[in-house]
Design a protein around this ligand. Sequence first.
Ligand SMILES: N[C@@H](CCC(=O)N[C@@H](CS)C(=O)NCC(=O)O)C(=O)O
Length: 235
Amino acid sequence: MSSDITLYTWTTGNGFKVSITLEELGLPYKTEAINISTNRQKEEWFLNINPNGRIPAILDGGQRVFESGAIMTYLVDKYDTERKISYAPGTPEHVEQTCWLMFQMSGIGPMQGQANHFRFFAGARSDYGIKRYIEETKRLYSVLESRLQESTYLAGEKFTIADIASYPWVSGAPVSLQIDLSEFPALNKWVEEIGKRPAVQKGVAVPHFWPQEDMAELFKKCRANIDAMTNSDQH
Ligand SMILES: N[C@@H](CCC(=O)N[C@@H](CS)C(=O)NCC(=O)O)C(=O)O
C-alpha cells in the first residue's frame, strides 16, 4: 500500500512510539525534527497539524493525526493488513490491545510525565510532588508486571502497539527517574526482549540518535538542579 507520511517528532517517549510503529510496519516516511526546547511545536503552522502544540503528529497525505495513541491506532488500522503488530478488531486480544494502549495513554504517560516534571524541570522543588508521581509510576509498573507474569506481551502472545506505547517510557525510567526495574522481573525481561528488535532500535534513533551516556548526563544535571533547591512544600 502506498503512503505519503511525514512524522513530526523529537527524541522523547511519545515520539518514539510512532517512529517504532512506522519502523515495525516497514512504512516509508519523512521525518521533521521538532526541537521542543525551542518551542517549535507552538508555531502556527504546527498547530494546524496538532492543535495541542505537542509532538508527535503525522500528516498522511492530507490527513493530520495527533495524539500518539491515535496515531498508532490509525497506522495499524490503515496499514497493518498482515497484522504484524496488531490484533484484528472483534477478537478478545484486540480488546486487550486497546485496554493496555489506553492504560499507557491515561496512566503511565501522564503520571510518569509529572514525575519527570517534578524530578527534572520544576521551577520549585517539591518533595511531595516527586514522591507522589514516582510512587504512582511504580504502582502502574506493578500492574504491567502482573500482566506480564501471565502473558508474554500486553495484549497476548504477539508484540503489538500496546507494548510499543509503554516500552519507551519504561525502558527510559532507570536512566531518568532511577527506577530499579529488577523490582519488576517480568517487566524487566520484556524491556530486554523488546530492546533487541531491529525496528525498535531504529525507531528510538528518530529524529536522531541520542547516546545513552548523554541522556544520563542530562538527567543527572537536571536532578542535581532540583536537589540544590530548597523544598518548597507547605506543610
Ligand atoms: N498525549 C500526548 C502527549 C504529547 C506530549 O506530551 N508531547 C511532549 C513530548 S513527549 C511535548 O511535545 N512537549 C512539549 C510541550 O509540551 O510543549 C501524546 O501522547 O501524543
